[in-house]
Design a protein around this ligand. Structure first.
Ligand code: SF4
Length: 58
């Protein structure tokens, strides 16, 4: 599995960071970045579906 945040699409709303701080964190430009490629505690597909900008690619 490969997951990434499209920096051009991310609005910096913070939802993914709030839902799964294990995987998502803040980049230097106030947009979410992926710091880990997998998680046993978060449903990454579900979070990707919830991203309002559809910026999370799995
Ligand atoms: S939920 Fe989507 S738009 Fe919001 S910070 Fe995460 S990647 Fe960016």
């Amino acid at each position: 599995m490969s997951i990434k945040v499209d920096q051009a699409l991310c609005s910096g709303c913070g939802l993914c960071v709030e839902l799964c701080p294990e995987v998502f964190s803040w980049g230097s430009e106030g947009k979410a970045v992926v710091k880990k490629q997998e998680s046993e505690t978060c449903d990454l597909e579900e979070i990707a579906d919830q991203c309002p900008m559809e910026a999370i690619e799995i």
